[in-house]
Design a protein around this ligand. Structure first.
Ligand SMILES: NC(=O)c1ccc[n+]([C@@H]2O[C@H](COP(=O)([O-])OP(=O)(O)OC[C@H]3O[C@@H](n4cnc5c(N)ncnc54)[C@H](OP(=O)(O)O)[C@@H]3O)[C@@H](O)[C@H]2O)c1
Length: 251
């Protein structure tokens, strides 16, 4: 029997990148999986590819989250693994950040993540697992991440609080903090192809393991944390970054 036989998993932002790889891993291990995203066609295509249920839903909209929870309730009535992964990043100098950029990142990355869990709470089984997708930017002082970094750091703090509050229901809450992972997120930064290659090359050089991680590597960590193999793990932060956070002084 696979680790997720008879289990229901929900992955927000499951139509590409880390969410897609994780949703596929859940399906391969026997789970019934629901993926979300804002792009209707992309959600439909990804869901068909991995044999999941696709629901178009914007994590930045509380109405959409209510609708998502209602649909999952009517489909399955319960959730065993909730992976709150959807997120956006815009790298902007502090003095140029607009209110719209601030609100968009905070609304999707933190407020949306917060209310996704709050609204799914009635559906979570005793023993369910919740995993937030944060970033090494929750710890670093990387330039141009004055909104993205705090939007992720807030999730790390929330993880500790909720792991404690939800422990009486045996719900475990953990957070995963990746370093650079090869997904389409970098293509959404508005860089030229050349700029993108320069960024990728520079990141590879900064990582002690001299490469960028893969979405499948993050998926393995998330499925582990969501499984009974991690039954005694809650309130924990997992950095998966090839060592990029280790040494700020010498390279
Ligand atoms: N790749 C990295 O190096 C890296 C490192 C650290 C942390 N992260 C985090 O990892 C998570 C996944 O990113 P990724 O790298 O896999 O990038 P990605 O390939 O761009 O995937 C992002 C996913 O989130 C969805 N999404 C974005 N905004 C959404 C919203 N408002 N509502 C619902 N879904 C939304 C996207 O779908 P739609 O566009 O259709 O909505 C897509 O499925 C993000 O939270 C990101 O901040 C990534």
């Amino acid at each position: 029997m696979s680790r997720f036989t008879n289990k229901i998993a929900v992955v927000t932002g499951g139509n590409s990148g880390i969410g897609y790889a994780t949703a596929r891993a859940f399906v391969e291990e026997g789970a019934k999986v629901v993926i979300t995203g804002r792009n209707k066609e992309a959600v439909k295509k990804a869901a068909a590819e991995i044999k999941a249920v696709g629901i178009t839903s914007d994590q930045g909209s509380l109405d959409d989250i209510d609708q998502l929870v209602a649909e999952v309730k009517s489909l399955y009535g319960k959730v065993d693994a909730l992976f709150i992964n959807a997120g956006v990043g815009a790298f902007v100098p502090f003095d140029a950040v607009t209110e719209d950029q601030f609100d968009n990142m905070m609304d999707i990355n933190f407020k949306g993540a917060f209310f996704t869990l709050q609204k799914f709470l009635p559906l979570l089984n005793e023993g369910a697992s919740v995993t937030f997708l944060s970033s090494v930017n929750a710890y670093t002082g990387m330039p141009n991440t004055s909104v993205y970094g705090p939007s992720k750091a807030a999730m790390n703090s929330l993880t500790r609080t909720l792991a404690y509050e939800l422990a009486p229901r045996k719900i475990r809450v953990n957070v995963v903090c990746p370093g650079p992972i090869k997904t389409s997120i970098f293509g959404k930064l508005g860089l030229s192809e050349e700029g993108l290659q320069q960024l990728t090359g520079a990141m590879e050089q900064r990582v002690p393991l001299k490469r960028i991680g893969t979405a499948e590597e993050v998926a393995k960590l998330v499925t582990f944390l969501s499984s009974d193999d991690a039954a005694f793990i809650t309130g924990s932060e997992y950095v998966i970054d090839g060592g990029v956070n280790l040494n700020p002084i010498f390279s």
